[in-house]
Design a binder for this molecule. Structure first.
Ligand code: ADP
Ligand code: MG
Length: 255
């Protein structure tokens, strides 16, 4: 007993405190299965490594600030045939992150843009990468008042392997906002992927940014290495209403 207490204290000093809970099971397995010293040590080290990895995963997931717990498994591709399941599964593999390729999800509200963006972020995080979600609105308020140089030092948006900028199109940008966004896109260009969602077509970006030249320079960088996915299906949020409506119509028609 004394010895176990001593081990606990040693583990704490070595910052391996989390192992304490697992040790009794590992001791028991080693005793009952008569493991060699080497095998026992390996099992302890493996337990520590596994624990570290799963705690790091939780940390990365939290740091990403995803607004919804979306997964690719829960995306109904049959409901949204304009989305290529093959392409999304390929993106889930993560190669696009290695080449700093962007993913642009375009479409009206409710078609699953945020869901897909978050689900791809989860895949990236589970494969050991870092991600950060923001809407254009929150991004702009974080960037507001920062100079050109300061934008380039915004680690929260520059460091993650994947940056999601959601809901481009709902917030009208003034000249400062537009310039800050341009600086951010430029800073990530060919360095880190951006997943961007918008209800606007690219033609409307000039108006959104209040500057056609800036908009085309930004699109130039965004689209240089990019997968553009245009979703032109029905809103998933409205699916029940639409089904109800059509059943009402059908009933109405049969009277
Ligand atoms: P958007 O960002 O395009 O407005 P969301 O991704 O927010 O749409 O989708 C709205 C809601 O519907 C979310 O709860 C999302 O999980 C769900 N959803 C959208 N499309 C699908 C789909 N094809 N399969 C399953 N759930 C979906
Ligand atoms: Mg959305």
């Amino acid at each position: 007993m004394t010895r176990v207490a001593n081990i606990d204290s040693l583990l704490r000093q070595l910052r391996l405190g989390q192992l304490s809970d697992e040790l009794p099971i590992l001791f028991e397995a080693a005793r009952s299965q008569k493991h060699s010293y080497e095998r026992f040590l390996a099992s302890v080290l493996t337990a520590e490594l596994t624990g570290r990895e799963s705690r790091a995963l939780v940390r990365r997931m939290r740091a990403a600030r995803l607004p919804i717990k979306a997964r690719l498994e829960t995306f109904d591709f049959a409901f949204q045939p304009s989305v290529s399941e093959r392409l999304i599964r390929e993106l889930a593999g993560g190669t696009y992150l290695e080449t700093a390729t962007n993913v642009i999800l375009l479409g009206p509200p409710g078609v699953g843009k945020t869901h897909l963006a978050c689900a791809l972020a989860v895949e990236a995080i589970e494969s050991g990468r870092t991600a950060r979600f923001c809407t254009l609105r929150t991004l702009i308020s974080d960037l507001a008042g920062l100079g050109r140089r300061e934008v380039k030092t915004l680690r929260a948006y520059l460091k993650p392997d994947l940056l999601i900028i959601d809901e481009i199109g709902y917030t009208q940008l003034n000249a400062d906002h537009a310039n800050s966004l341009f600086e951010l896109v430029t800073a990530r260009y060919e360095r880190g992927s951006i997943i961007l969602t918008s209800n606007l077509s690219f033609n409307d970006w000039g108006q959104l940014l209040g500057d056609d030249v800036l908009a085309s320079a930004m699109l130039d960088r965004l689209l240089h290495h990019a997968e553009v996915i245009t979703i032109n299906g029905r809103s998933y949020r409205m699916r029940n209403h639409i089904e109800n409506e059509s059943s009402i119509t059908a009933r109405g028609g049969s009277i």
